[in-house]
Design a protein around this ligand. Structure first.
Ligand code: GLN
Length: 538
């Protein structure tokens, strides 16, 4: 029978519920349990696909093509599991199902209400995920902060589940902030007490409190929190800022959280194996080499916009025994007077990030030209591949004015054009070419060497593609097409041989990178970046 861990947050938003949920998953995985993570998001969008990354952070794409909240990326990276569309539930999704059921007449004349119809829909989605994935434990994180109006139906649903499942089968973990104030950094527990009071008002008593704090919590403070909030002192888990997020599971384990969860959920006590995780954290914390990678994008001011790319670069540092620093560069900067030579000076590699719309693309194209001409290692992701093709068409193949149909009306050379199946698509939600697709890798290419395989799969999220009318021209001038869809219709990867590292992919390799399984394309890029750094320093 599946057990359930529910993670809520209080006091402030962005408190690290995602990392806490992901870390709990790792504690269970290291004991050999199967886990199914889930995010319950109170917003009304059906999925995150229509949200601006600048406001909401990255849109994370699952194998089955769901456009989801970036927390699913944390779950996949920490737990080393694949999420699915069912791992993400939003108010929009819940209401769509309830209203569709009402229109079908499924409710047999009943007045359709938040309780029980909406809450039943939430409960059955959570239970279904556990069943479908045959999980020992479902870890469901509720987005937002306790006290928000829109999260109430979700909290009510998990309250009901507790009664139905019984305490040995469910666990409430509440993540709060324990701030310090004044010159003596006095630790304050009141916000935590208030947040727990708010939870209790809706009928939920937490079993575990994860307390984010800048300073270690004394035994006295823990006892106070325990007394006022009704959890045993050993379930007050101190959560200090970590040097790397991947250290958080280790900190929770030494705080006794793993053992406590096992006991409370009445799971079989098993030996926990942290060897692999500990060793990757050690490498991240004390690497021997280093490099700095520029990521050019148009949403770089929000640190979460390119979350998976940042993490994939860190992962790629592990096999290279290297610290990878990232310099985020706004693509606009290059259009507003700064030259790529200035902006990229002293950096060891360039990533051009995915994106939509015309703003900033000329800056990206200029940055790619600089990388191609000066031998700066380059990885182009999705839009990054498309911009690399435009740059090459304009400056190497002499196709003046070459562009993407997304960026210009009737360009003289539409080297990037709309996918044929997208021609009649008008609606924006979940209509792109989404999710995992196979790709054949051409022997003898850099891509083949890195993947060490002739057939791979990667996740996608795009509407445009390389125009096949220009394939020959690009190849004649030295751009290799190193990956194609199995029917040869779609260019999936490009590269330039006469360069330390110049690779573009129409897919999003960043979504599949895990700390224990870094992605080969990022590993290749970082290897080239580290070599460049060493050469420059020497
Ligand atoms: N805007 C481009 C397209 O739709 C690239 C998308 C992306 O980078 N994810 O094809």
């Amino acid at each position: 029978m599946t057990k359930f861990v529910f993670v809520t947050g209080g006091v402030v938003s962005s408190i690290g519920k995602g990392i806490t949920s992901a870390s709990i998953g790792r504690l269970l995985r290291n004991r050999g349990f199967t886990v199914a993570p889930m995010k319950l998001d109170p917003y009304i969008n059906v999925d995150a696909g229509t949200m601006n990354p600048f406001q909401h952070g990255e849109v994370f794409v699952t194998e089955d093509g769901a456009e989801t909240d970036l927390d699913l990326g944390h779950y996949e990276r920490f737990m080393d599991v694949n999420c699915s569309g069912g791992s993400s539930l939003t108010t929009g999704k819940v209401y769509s199902s309830v209203i569709a059921a009402e229109r079908r007449g499924d409710y047999l004349g009943a007045t359709v209400q938040v309780i029980p119809h909406v809450t039943n829909q939430i409960k059955s989605s959570v239970i279904m995920l556990g069943r479908e994935q045959e999980a020992d434990v479902v870890i469901a994180e509720i987005g937002g902060t306790v006290g928000d109006i829109e999260s109430l139906p979700f909290l009510e649903a998990i309250r009901q589940m507790r009664t139905e499942l019984g305490p040995g089968n469910s666990l409430f973990v509440h993540v709060t902030l324990v701030p310090t104030v004044g010159p003596w950094q006095e630790v304050k527990t009141k916000p935590t007490q208030h947040s727990v009071m708010q939870l209790r008002e809706i009928g939920i008593s937490p079993d575990v409190l994860v307390c984010r704090s800048e300073v270690p919590l004394s035994a006295e403070v823990r006892e106070k929190i325990s007394l006022f909030c009704g959890v045993p002192p050993r379930a007050v888990i101190e959560s200090l800022n970590a040097e790397t997020i991947y250290e958080v599971p280790l900190m929770y384990e030494s705080a006794g959280l793993g053992a406590f969860i096992i006991e409370r959920l009445e799971l079989e006590p098993r030996k926990a194996d942290f060897e692999e995780w500990r060793s990757l954290v050690e490498t991240i914390k004390a690497p021997k080499r280093k490099c700095t990678v520029a990521v050019v994008g148009k949403y770089t001011e929000n640190g979460d916009s390119y979350k998976s790319i940042g993490e994939a670069l860190i992962h790629a540092g592990i096999p290279n025994d290297a610290e990878v620093s990232v310099r985020w560069i706004e693509s606009d900067a290059m259009e507003n007077g700064a030259s790529p030579a200035e902006l990229l000076a002293g950096l060891d590699a360039l990533v051009v990030a995915p994106g939509f719309g015309v703003r900033g693309i000329e800056g990206k194209i200029e940055a790619i030209r600089y990388a191609r001409e000066t031998g700066l290692p380059f990885l182009g992701i999705c839009l990054g591949l498309q911009m690399a093709v435009i740059e090459f068409a304009r400056n190497v193949c002499d196709l003046e004015g070459a562009n993407s149909e997304e960026m210009a009306d009737n360009p003289p050379y539409p080297v990037i054009h709309l996918l044929p199946e997208q021609r009649n698509v008008v609606a924006k939600g979940a209509t792109m070419r989404l999710g995992s697709y196979p790709c054949n890798i051409v022997a003898g290419t850099v891509a083949h060497r890195l993947y060490n395989s002739s057939r791979i799969t990667e996740r996608h999220r795009h509407r445009y593609e390389v125009n096949n009318d220009f394939r020959e021209k690009l190849q004649e001038h030295g751009m290799a097409i190193s990956g194609v869809s199995p029917d040869y219709r779609l260019v999936e990867m490009i590269e330039i041989a006469d360069h330390p590292f110049f690779v573009g992919t129409q897919a999003h390799p960043e979504f599949k990178s895990r700390p224990n399984r870094p992605h080969p394309l990022f590993v290749g890029l970082v290897r080239a970046a580290v070599a460049r750094h060493a050469a420059v320093v020497a």
